[in-house]
Design a protein around this ligand. Structure first.
Ligand code: F6R
Length: 608
């Protein structure tokens, strides 16, 4: 979603800001823009569409400072006009903004009554018009007065034509990092510090309504009560790598193929064969404390919540501790009755998902300890959690998440094993579980080797517009994930459904044009699953089954079977998920969908 990048210093602000925006592209966006100051004037350029559109129409040069933005539309359609930066009517101030101003309607109405004419539909323009109203020579003061009036969440960067030596930045519940190099007199601003071009920066994050006055290589920071505060800085090991498809047609396909390696990285060095114990690097929760928890609550959104549901089942099955996974955007509005004897686990690839962050904060207020399972270092979730286990999956570019999800399941399997050992599972039983887990990378390879067969299946099924994805137990969650992948990149209607639930309503939709994709890799529920499939067949729906090698009975019922390498029920989600990802990819390819930029979606979901 939206991203901010800013630069003030002796180098070329425009070039540095454009490079920063390019690195923020991974978040997903639909328009871009840059503003800066040149000879006492605000100059700007903004465009709907990709950064390449902005470059093609770029008119700026010789900027003294630059603030840039990638926008993911929330208020107002995707257009040049609604793209950021936004300016006040007199073109004295320019702003870029992430987040949502909730009371923008009433503020806008009041400004219109006062004679202000708006040139966009955005909540952001309200903020900059208000700043112009309050400005009396001191930009920081105008920003502070306006922030006291707005409700919502934000990260902003603001420049004024009369202050070319300043960028004012502020943030509340949206990530914004400031990087300073006093030696080179450079200051950077970014929604993601991993996009900073140097590791020699003194970095701090703005939060809770803080306002920074940024000059070349230095910054002063004020709290929400407008008092100057000391912000400690840190040197971060930055993790940016130039995105490359490495010969694959799409980032999605590349990341699907990375999974044997990323799952291996998620488990490598974390299990001690000798003791049968799990050890996570620099893990901040002591064994005695973990052993004392009475319950585990997992909070996440989207695909990460699917991994979370599998993780909750692992915790119950292996560690025999009550565990539940809740969708963060729902949990935060419920009486969750969280108490400090509950360990809260938040799962997020990006570490920036707004609803997951809000749920994390709710759990913190209930005095729960927070363990984050996350991929992106230095993200908001990793900074706010009490302990972190990293996925180590490397940057995930594709909006459609694949490798992060299988790494999440791998880490959750290990964490459940850790809890299980603390709650009495024998070392031998732990070794046995890990032996199966170790086989997973090889088994994912086997699925990837069968791509030609899966591709043929995808060709056959790509003509359908509606699907049910069904399964039981671990395969039910896998079916939810498979359906999400398909609808996300192919735009076909795919619904995940517990196999046993079809007869309680969804059957009404079944016919010969409504295929059922059946995830059968659960030995425990095999017979029930086969009965469900027989019911589907009786109603004429084509059946595509993903079944473990050896489950021959499936072949009698299903129209098509893709065979998965056999493993335990608990670990079956890995290969079944990879097969579902490939099915979605090749159906999307057949349907000529824009795979690397699925419509209406963003990689980093930073609004609620
Ligand atoms: C699906 C997908 C999303 C994310 C969800 C959570 O392919 O990518 O459903 O899983 O937006 O994102 P994170 O994990 O970054 O919190």
């Amino acid at each position: 979603m939206c991203g901010i990048f800013g630069y003030l210093g002796p180098k070329n602000p425009l070039q540095i800001c454009l490079a920063g925006l390019e690195q923020l592209e991974y978040r997903g966006y639909d328009s871009t823009g840059i503003a800066g100051i040149r000879n006492g004037q605000i100059v700007f350029c903004k465009k709907a569409g990709k950064l390449s559109n902005l470059l093609a129409s770029m008119t700026l040069n010789n900027l003294e400072s630059a603030i840039g933005h990638t926008r993911w539309a929330t208020h107002g359609q995707i257009s040049d006009q609604n793209a950021h930066p936004h300016l006040d009517s007199l073109h004295s101030i320019a702003i870029v903004h992430n987040g949502i101003i909730e009371n923008h309607h009433s503020l806008r109405a009041r400004l219109i009554e006062e004679g202000v004419t708006f040139s966009s539909e955005t909540d952001t323009e309200v903020v900059v018009q208000l700043m112009a109203k309050y400005y009396q020579g001191d930009l920081k003061s105008a920003v502070q007065q306006v922030l006291a009036l707005v409700q919502g969440i934000y990260a902003i960067a603001v420049v004024h034509k009369d202050h070319p030596d300043q960028i004012i930045a502020a943030a509340k519940e949206c990530p914004l990092a400031v990087g300073l190099d006093p030696m080179t007199h450079e200051s950077f601003l970014s929604s993601d510090p991993n996009t900073f071009p140097s590791s020699n920066l003194d970095i701090f994050f703005l939060k809770a309504g803080e306002v920074a006055v940024i000059r070349k290589g230095v910054a002063e920071v004020y709290n929400a009560e407008q008092q100057p505060i000391y912000k400690s800085t840190e040197r971060l090991q930055l993790h940016y790598t130039e995105p490359s498809k490495e010969g694959f047609d799409h980032f999605l396909l590349k990341e699907i193929h990375e999974q044997p390696h990323t799952v291996l990285k998620a488990i490598l060095g974390r299990f001690q064969e000798l003791t049968g114990n799990v050890e996570f690097e620099s893990f901040q929760i002591k064994d005695e404390e973990l052993a004392a928890y009475q319950r585990v609550c997992i909070l996440a959104c989207g695909g990460s919540a699917h991994a979370g549901s599998i993780g909750a089942a692992y915790l119950e099955e292996l560690a025999k501790i009550p565990a539940q996974c809740e969708i963060a955007s729902e949990a935060r509005y419920r009486s969750m009755l969280l108490t400090p004897d509950t360990l809260v686990i938040v799962i997020s690839q990006s570490g920036e998902t707004a609803d997951t962050i809000a749920a994390l904060r709710m759990a913190k207020e209930a005095r729960c300890k927070i363990l984050a399972i996350c991929n992106v270092p230095h993200s908001t979730i990793t900074r706010e959690a009490d302990a972190v286990i990293y996925l180590k999956a490397g940057t995930e570019i594709s909006v459609c998440s694949t490798k992060a999800l299988t790494s999440q399941i791998a880490v959750l399997a290990l964490f459940a094993l850790h809890m299980a050992r603390l709650r009495g599972l024998s070392a031998d039983a732990a070794r046995e579980f890990f032996r199966h887990l170790q086989q997973i990378p090889k088994q994912i390879h086997q699925v990837l080797n069968a791509i030609p067969q899966l591709r043929k299946i995808a060709e056959k099924y790509s003509r359908y517009d509606h699907f049910f994805f069904i399964g039981r137990l671990y395969m039910y969650t896998t079916s939810l994930e498979g359906a999400l992948k398909l609808k996300e990149i192919s735009y076909v209607n795919a619904n995940g459904c517990p196999a046993g639930e079809l007869k309680h309503g969804p059957f009404a939709l079944i016919n010969s044009d409504f295929p059922v994709v059946a995830f059968c890799a659960n030995q425990q529920t095999k017979d029930k699953m086969l009965s469900n499939l027989a019911e589907v067949k009786a109603r004429g729906a084509p059946i595509l089954a993903f079944a473990p090698l050896g489950m021959e009975d499936v072949e009698i019922i299903a129209n098509d079977v893709f065979w998965l390498p056999p493993t335990t029920d608990l670990l079956a989600p890995f290969t079944a998920t990879v097969a579902a990802q490939l099915l979605a990819y090749y159906i999307a390819l057949e349907r000529q969908c824009n795979i690397d930029q699925p419509r209406n979606l963003a990689k980093s979901v930073t609004v609620e």
